[in-house]
Design a binder for this molecule. Structure first.
Ligand SMILES: NC(=O)c1ccc[n+]([C@@H]2O[C@H](COP(=O)([O-])OP(=O)(O)OC[C@H]3O[C@@H](n4cnc5c(N)ncnc54)[C@H](OP(=O)(O)O)[C@@H]3O)[C@@H](O)[C@H]2O)c1
Length: 251
């Protein structure tokens, strides 16, 4: 691996590290040499990932984090200690037609995916500025922040908001040597959605992806390591789509 992708000596916080992509990102970052702080609400899941990675020789800690709570975010950032990289990955979706979407579902999705990412980014950046320390933030958005599908209006809106927030923070914080970028994954197979891709509905969806296949978590590694490392040092405000061509399919 080129030295510019090497994360030895760096400390990365991954939110939503208890499952799916977040757990994979933690494995990817430790594989590149970073120490990782795992953060989420399910402490048991974090503990088993921490044990797995520690056994492989990685430096890993775990902190309780509920991104819907500013108090929890501040406590988690204090417990994490000095960071170099923040991966804003925690996210949820609630599937309902927009006409029937209750206020509390909107709040849960937007407060997790957008407000939560904002508060984590702001908390990390305040600490970096105070310590005169550079930093890199990687926001995990979605192709649904660029295009839309039905029944997930708050999710679509939250991810579009996260993409534009990425640009706004990149502009304001460049002077502090803080880079802020986003990844827009397409459909990636994880433990939660795995069975869906084998159904007729899942197969029909795959037919609409130019590469005719679903993404695997490893397909995001290149973008993550680029944006988190020295290799991406002239990148800020970038939005990197990793989707097998899904967003450029034929209209
Ligand atoms: N999989 C895909 O195809 C895909 C595509 C595009 C974008 N994404 C994005 O990738 C990210 C990860 O998705 P995933 O597929 O890996 O889903 P997942 O397996 O459901 O993981 C979501 C993670 O977010 C955490 N989380 C949720 N609410 C939280 C809260 N209030 N505070 C702290 N952590 C919270 C969960 O941890 P706890 O429940 O333990 O707190 C969990 O670790 C999300 O932002 C998602 O929008 C996924």
């Amino acid at each position: 691996m080129s030295k510019r992708f090497d994360l030895s000596g760096k400390v990365a916080l991954v939110t939503g590290a208890s499952s799916g992509l977040g757990a994979h990102f933690a494995r990817c970052l430790t594989g590149a040499g970073a120490a990782v702080v795992l953060a989420a609400r399910r402490a048991d899941r974090l503990a088993s990932l921490q044990a797995e990675l520690s056994q492989q020789g990685a430096t890993v800690s775990a902190v309780d984090l509920d991104v819907q709570s500013g108090t929890s975010i501040a406590a988690a950032l204090d417990a994490a200690g000095p960071l170099d990289i923040v991966v804003n990955n925690a996210g949820i979706s609630i599937v309902k037609p927009a006409l029937q979407m209750p206020e509390e579902d909107w709040d849960a999705v937007v407060n997790t995916n957008l407000r939560g990412a904002w508060l984590v980014a702001q908390g990390a950046a305040k600490r970096w500025v105070a310590d005169k320390r550079p930093g890199a933030i990687v926001n995990i958005a979605s192709i649904l922040g660029l295009r839309t599908i039905g029944q997930v209006a708050p999710y679509n809106a939250s991810k579009a908001g996260l993409i534009h927030l990425t640009r706004a923070l990149a502009m304001e914080w460049a002077r502090h040597d803080i880079r802020v970028n986003a990844i827009c994954p397409g459909y990636i197979e994880t433990e939660m959605n795995g069975p869906f891709w084998k159904t007729p509905g899942g197969q029909r969806l795959i037919e609409r992806i130019p590469q005719r296949r679903i993404g695997q978590p490893e397909h995001l590694d290149g973008a993550l390591l680029l944006l988190a490392s020295e290799a991406g040092s002239f990148m800020t405000g970038s939005v990197v789509t990793v989707d097998g061509g899904h967003t450029v399919n034929s209209l």
